[in-house]
Design a protein around this ligand. Structure first.
Ligand code: ZN
Length: 322
């Protein structure tokens, strides 16, 4: 390769048109999924502290919001439920008239084109806030893996029966992808394959009401220090029948997104989590940085690292920005 003064990389940076011609990574709204939170009631839009622009919505308001999103060109949403009541097993997760099931039926009827993805987990529905059932184990009370699998599969089936296009298990139990795949041979399955026990989920737990009453999730979510283990998780999930592999969070795990991209040929998703969103929102509110530019740069970084699809709270803003 010739060097300076023959090579001058600034030549292609001279104008916006030139920069656009040689741009390697582009943001397209088609690749983005907007997370939505549905709660009981009517006419409810309850904003979330720390997640400016995000709200819990009752089914009627959720349908209205989905209509807004669809008219802006958003193609897909991810649904989380906040149930009226919780119990030890999280039975609201698979109830026929559960909150997500109600939302799915309403959305399916109003927005036949919108891709409806559901988060499959028990933590929003269990009184203790863990992602599975608790049992006494050799090390004290633990989330019992194998008993939880059947409940997760039951939840996924109820979502599909109510109209979900794809299911996304986020619990991190071993074998859950296989259990759901066996129950749903034809449903696209987006696996939260490499989901880390992260501090960046803070605002989400507030909105989803899913903070564990006791203990934390390090017994099932991944250690933030491990990247090779993420590839093992991905390999197992693919073998069990996952269609899409997800890395969560995104911005502090760009190396993991890249590693998954390089190792596997399936679509790779990344979840740009609530803490990542809240940090920029808070900094922008204090005038420390420009939200739009910082958000676009962050989302570009996630795509550049190798994500095909991105779950982001900025999806609605992105629709306006692009
Ligand atoms: Zn969970």
């Amino acid at each position: 390769m010739s060097a300076f003064p023959v090579t001058r990389l600034r030549r292609l940076r001279r104008s916006d048109a030139l920069r656009t011609l040689v741009r390697e990574t582009r943001l397209e709204l088609d690749d983005f999924v907007m997370p939505l939170f549905v709660c009981p009631g009517e006419g409810v839009v309850r904003p979330v502290d720390g997640l400016d622009g995000i709200a819990q919505r009752s089914v009627d308001e959720l349908v209205r919001e989905a209509g807004d999103l669809a008219s802006l060109g958003v193609r897909a949403v991810l649904l989380f439920g906040i149930p009226e009541e919780k119990d030890d097993e999280g039975s609201g997760a698979w109830a026929d008239d559960g909150i997500v099931q109600q939302a799915l039926r309403a959305l399916r009827a109003e927005q036949p084109e919108l891709v409806l993805v559901t988060d499959v987990c028990l933590c929003e529905y269990t009184a203790h806030g863990h992602c599975g059932v608790l049992r006494d184990g050799p090390n004290g009370v633990e989330v019992e893996n194998d008993e939880t699998l059947e409940l997760l599969a039951r939840t996924a089936v109820s979502h599909v029966e109510a109209g979900a296009d794809a299911v996304a298990p986020s619990d991190m139990m071993d074998g859950r992808v296989g259990a759901i795949r066996e129950a749903l041979p034809h449903t696209p399955l987006i696996s939260y394959a490499a989901k880390y026990a992260s501090a960046f989920y803070g605002p989400f737990r507030e909105v989803a009401g899913s903070t564990p009453q006791k203990g934390d999730r390090r017994g099932y979510q991944m250690d933030p220090a491990n990247a090779r283990e993420a590839l093992r998780e991905c390999e197992l999930d693919l073998a069990e029948g996952a269609d899409v592999l997800m890395v969560k969070p995104a911005l502090v795990y760009l190396d993991v997104i890249r590693a998954v991209r390089e190792r596997f040929d399936c679509p790779v998703a990344a979840y740009n989590v609530s803490g990542e969103y809240a940090m920029l929102k808070a900094a922008a509110a204090r005038g420390y940085l420009d939200e739009r530019q910082a958000a676009l740069e962050s989302l570009t970084a996630i795509k550049r690292a190798g994500a095909d699809l991105v779950f982001s709270y900025w999806t609605k803003d992105l629709a306006r920005w692009l």
